[in-house]
Design a binder for this molecule. Structure first.
Ligand code: SF4
Ligand code: SF4
Length: 361
């Protein structure tokens, strides 16, 4: 029984696209085919295939035939039509996508975890786009999509690959992934669902945007430069300002911490850790705190303060006025109090420091 469905996803507009402005409508009219075209709203844009997958998973649960998703451009329309002519017995959802280059590993993993046994993706014709697309496919394959994802160039390739697939996929084997608050979290959720037996971190390619950092404890001076530069708050300062804390699921492997570290103490390690512990804080380094000489509150690493004081008091060190030397071993509040002559009330025109809570990604 033939069961081919067609639809289109527009990824180039905001939620209010109408009539002929709709890029896919023009393409569909040209091909004169009955295709449902829908547009991703702003919310769906983060996961443009989510609606389609929600429908597919319900169909797949009641129909054990192998469910295939084909993602193609307008230029691939005729290839898909010919593949349909030669393979009428399959259950296929062919989706024409404008800006196919915006379909990444997250979308592919979502489709594989939510209703589709196999995904075929049309290879982009331009060199740069094709290289990026291959990386996304490779990443999705390593994150649980192995042997279930394929790029195709021609209708012959598509037809031959489809002919090799089994007719039935049996009972749907995966539990439903819960899409996360962002695309990264969704990718991690899908990878966990797709690799139920994997409980150890899996190494990923060098430029993968998931991974951990390895710290050379003997080199790290707790200068905190890496913390202030980390764009995702994967690195932060823990209790008493003397702990270097890391959350693996937030690390995008951008390498900024590594490049700023004056001691060359950090190394990146791309990997995916499916364990829930990847979402929690791990203490990478812990050092003795230095306590404010006035109120006793710990506020900096003792090693850092010792080094600074040694430079100030050393013969060849930094020259500092007596007043500044008195302020250095004090915490921020005590420094302000001292500068105001012991007055605890804020000065008339002084702006009260804001309580900044760093948002989780
Ligand atoms: S890892 Fe490097 S940059 Fe980060 S606190 Fe340690 S020494 Fe400073
Ligand atoms: S690689 Fe980037 S995201 Fe990861 S800890 Fe370093 S700075 Fe933060």
């Amino acid at each position: 029984m033939s069961d081919w469905k067609r639809s289109g996803v527009c990824l180039c507009h905001s939620s209010t696209t109408t009539g002929s402005d709709f890029c896919l409508r023009a393409g569909v009219r040209k091909h004169n085919s009955a295709v449902d075209v829908y547009h991703s709203t702003a919310g769906e844009a983060a996961l443009p295939l989510l609606g389609l997958c929600e429908v597919a998973i319900e169909e797949r649960k009641s129909d054990q035939r192998t469910h295939i998703l084909i993602l193609h451009t307008e230029a691939g329309h005729s290839d898909v039509s010919q593949a349909e002519w030669f393979n009428k017995s399959a259950w296929v959802h062919a989706v024409q996508i404008c800006n196919l280059e915006r379909i990444g590993h997250v979308d592919l993993l979502l489709a594989l975890a939510l209703g589709f046994d196999f995904v075929f993706l049309q290879k982009l014709p331009f060199e740069h786009g094709a290289a990026d697309q291959s990386k996304e496919v490779e990443l999705a394959q390593m994150m649980g999509g192995e042997e279930r994802l394929e790029l195709f160039v021609s209708q012959l390739e598509l037809r031959n690959s489809m002919a090799k697939l089994p007719r039935t996929g049996g009972r749907w084997p995966y539990r439903r992934p819960v899409p996360g608050p962002n695309r990264r979290a969704t990718a991690r959720a899908c990878a966990t669902v797709l690799m139920p037996g994997v409980h150890q971190p899996l190494n990923l390619p060098q430029d993968a945007p998931y991974g951990t950092v390895e710290l050379d404890l003997s080199a790290c001076t707790m200068c905190q430069s890496c913390v202030w530069l980390c764009p995702t708050d994967a690195l932060s300062i823990g209790e008493h300002k003397c702990e270097l804390v890391f959350v693996e699921s937030r690390c995008i492997q951008c390498g900024m911490c590594q490049s700023i570290c004056p001691e060359d103490a950090l190394k990146l390690r791309p990997r995916i850790d499916p364990k829930p512990s990847a979402d929690t804080q791990q203490v990478l380094h812990q050092v003795e705190p230095f306590r404010c000489t006035s109120c006793g509150v710990p506020f900096v690493a003792k090693s850092m303060m010792d080094r600074l004081l040694a430079r100030i008091w050393g013969r060849k060190g930094v020259r500092a006025s007596e007043e500044v030397q008195e302020l250095i071993p004090l915490c921020h509040s005590c420094q302000i109090q001292k500068q105001q002559g012991g007055n605890t009330k804020p000065a008339p025109l002084m702006i009260k420091p804001r309580q900044v809570s760093r948002q989780l990604l």
